[in-house]
Design a protein around this ligand. Structure first.
Ligand code: ZN
Length: 530
């Protein structure tokens, strides 16, 4: 996370704000063009170099006034640090000064090793890359900060669909990367005449509610992608899919929109299913693109409140590095602009717009069990349990949870991990009728300081936590049975609460871990085994 301080000279006290950041476009592997980033260490080094460069820029700004006007600070980034659920990693030197991005979304390059045969001897492109990426995600080094998309080549036809199923269902990857140019299908004929398998991939993505990111260098490619989305939308509507279902689950991301200088871009981004990443932008280009987005992206939903319509564009774009193709200065320039006086004035001081660009937009695109299944569940109290404990135990409890899952041999691949600060569907899911609002009224007023996270391992419960820093010194973690993530009623949540005395303040890590095991066993109705 980053903490920023307002740079106003007025007598009022300066505001301090905190933001959660996700790098929405990042690569792991080794490209045939020799770009490579084989492990997460390269990623953390890159994040450190961004933080160092940013500080150098701030020093330059003080000593000579060479900063362009559009970079003039409204907020200055003062420090980077792990968000509360990952606080137990703070002392690990592997992550030191790397917290500018809390999490990052990576996918394979045009890998040298992408054609290594599958176990059955068949060659399915990127099968090896996708499997390797999933292994890195579940490694200790990733610190649960890495989210992965599989890379797929639609020219593999039926095998490409198998690879999508395998990547999402078996490897637990959270999205799909497609690269028409380097995988050699960036042609009008392909999109207009031979796109059957491409459409099949997009239909699978809708079924699994995972985003699909297209590398897109040319305006022509953008037009073809836009057309495919319109054709699919029409087909789904003809097949009696609800529009709201299509718009929620078909999520097409156009990479590097800063290079697509054409009005077709803004029409595409006005479509409910199309999004864009900001990779590669620097200097005044960030300002110019933001100006155009604000002017030209039109909200297609007339039922939204006027302010939501006005800032609809900020829910369609997000930050990304495209590491290793772009460099630290691209991210530094973007951050300088988003925290500038110029941008602050453009968004009428509404800092939630900045939060959208830094992480909320992309978090909303990632698949979420709770979002998908929000039917209220009043009967099965077996499917949820919770734990309440004092603040000083927070790091110990979270680190025990992590080690518990890491050490469980039956669940090698973490399905997913995410941290959400104050995200609306979590509020709907947990807050509206839960402990927070009914039992702890003070916390209701302080929802802005709340963090939620959940993570999900194969064969294990989903874990959700609501944490409220400095509020009554208490934290609550909810455990959900992964076979039943339906929305629990308030009564179910209340009955699930275990006694606050359950974990005493001087408990050892071993004691905490063994108590957690009992909770999980009861929830899963199975014996937990290491
Ligand atoms: Zn890329």
């Amino acid at each position: 996370m980053i903490e920023v301080e307002e740079q106003t000279n007025s007598g009022k006290s300066r505001r301090i704000l905190q933001f959660y950041l996700i790098d929405g476009h990042h690569h792991i592997g080794e490209d045939v063009d020799n770009h490579k980033n084989l492990t997460v260490n390269g990623s953390f080094n890159f994040f450190r170099s961004i933080w160092n460069l940013l500080n150098t820029k701030y020093e330059e700004q003080i000593t000579n006034s060479s900063f362009p006007e559009y970079f003039k600070c409204r907020f200055k980034i003062k420090r980077v640090f792990p968000s509360p659920p990952l606080n137990f990693l703070r002392s690990d030197s592997l992550y030191a000064n790397s917290w500018l991005f809390d999490q990052f979304i990576a996918f394979p390059f045009h890998d040298k090793f992408r054609e290594k045969p599958r176990e059955d001897g068949k060659i399915v492109q990127y099968h090896n890359s996708n499997t390797r990426l999933a292994r890195i995600i579940s490694s200790n080094e990733s610190g649960c900060r890495l989210i992965g998309y599989c890379r797929i080549n639609p020219l593999d036809e039926k095998l490409a669909i198998e690879e999508v199923d395998y990547s999402i269902l078996n490897l637990g990857l959270s999205g799909i990367k497609l690269h028409p140019l380097s995988d050699e299908w960036n042609e009008r004929d392909y999109f207009e005449e031979n796109s059957f398998w491409l459409k099949e991939i997009l239909k699978r993505a809708l079924k699994y509610s995972v985003p699909v990111i297209f590398d897109c260098r040319f305006v022509n490619t953008l037009k073809w992608i836009y057309n495919i989305v319109l054709e699919l939308e029409k087909e789904f509507i003809q097949n009696r899919f609800e529009k709201s279902y299509i718009y929620k689950n078909l999520k097409i991301i156009i990479a590097h929109i800063g290079f697509l200088n054409d009005d077709i871009l803004f029409s595409a981004l006005s479509h409910p299913c199309i999004y864009g990443d900001l990779t590669g932008l620097f200097s005044s280009r960030t300002r110019d693109l933001m100006d155009n987005l604000q002017k030209k992206v039109v909200c297609p939903f007339s039922n939204l409140a006027p302010l939501e319509q006005k800032y609809y564009w900020s829910t369609k774009v997000f930050m990304g590095s495209d590491f290793t193709y772009f460099e630290a200065f691209h991210i530094v320039d973007q951050l300088l602009y988003f925290f500038s006086e110029d941008f602050y004035n453009k968004i009428d001081g509404n800092v939630s717009i900045i939060q959208n660009l830094l992480s909320d937009t992309i978090l909303n695109l990632l698949p979420n069990d709770f979002q998908q299944n929000s039917i209220s569940n009043t009967l099965k109290s077996k499917s949820v349990t919770s734990l309440i404990f004092n603040k000083n135990l927070y790091n110990k409890v979270i680190s025990s949870i992590f080690s518990l899952f890491k050490n469980n041999a039956s669940s090698q691949n973490p399905k997913f991990f995410r941290i959400d600060k104050d995200l609306s569907h979590f509020k709907q899911f947990l807050d509206s009728d839960s402990f927070y609002t009914k039992n702890f009224t003070i916390q209701k007023q302080n929802l802005n300081s709340q963090y939620n996270f959940y993570f999900k391992w194969s064969n294990n419960p989903i874990i959700v936590s609501g944490t409220i820093p400095n509020m009554m010194n208490r934290f609550i973690i909810y455990f959900f049975n992964s076979s039943d993530p339906s929305k629990p009623s308030f009564e179910v949540l209340k009955n699930s609460a275990t006694d606050i005395q359950m974990i005493s303040n001087d408990s050892s890590n071993e004691e905490i871990t063994s108590k957690l095991k009992v909770l999980i066993e009861n929830l899963n109705n199975v014996q937990y085994s290491d």
